[in-house]
Design a protein around this ligand. Sequence first.
Ligand code: ADP
Ligand code: MG
Length: 213
Amino acid sequence: MASNYNFAELNLNNWIIRQCATIGVKSPTPIQVNCIPEILEGKDCIGAAKTGSGKTLAFALPVIQKLCEDPYGIFALILTPTRELAYQIADQFAVIGKPMNLRHCVIVGGMDMVEQGIQLSKHPHIVVATPGRLADHLDSCKTFSLSRIKFLILDEADRLLGGHFDDQIKTIFKNLPKTRQNLYFSATLTDTLEKLKQLSSKDVFYYQAPSIS
Ligand code: ADP
Ligand code: MG
């Protein structure tokens, strides 16, 4: 899975590289090599590579680095199809973001709405959510706003746009600012690729791992 590159060549800050080392992540995977510099340059990104190829850190590392430059309001929204994935993503943000006191919040179904509302009011930097529960908060809480996020990340984008979540995704997109950086990652890319391109800026960087057809 590892590549011949090192993280320093990807323009990541030393403290982020040190945090990666604490969890045994020493050299970047191919999707990380390809996508991280483009994301740091401000481009939208569509990345596809199989499960286990390190897609989470491909977006988490550049988002955390950018967050340090501008830690205001909810900085990034990450949508993912399942609770388990939401917690896994949040864990990786928590570990890497520890030295900068990164605040994150997980918004998934099956948990208390009021408690989640309190978490959202505490100015998290990163919100990791499943679409249904996030849409519920947007519908029910007038003070909760995503209008200033800088990054939208769709993790497992193929599953998110595959039809099952359409209404919730529509509600969420209505609440997002037009100007934002979009990062779309998936293990599979079917006919959603065209949809993702439409949901991106013109200057989107597209990476597809060779093993994906
Ligand atoms: P994906 O989202 O592509 O399925 P994940 O991002 O969940 O994969 O990563 C799978 C596992 O690989 C995680 O435990 C993660 O910590 C680990 N990992 C990610 N990047 C690297 C890396 N560069 N080197 C070693 N392990 C890594
Ligand atoms: Mg993943």
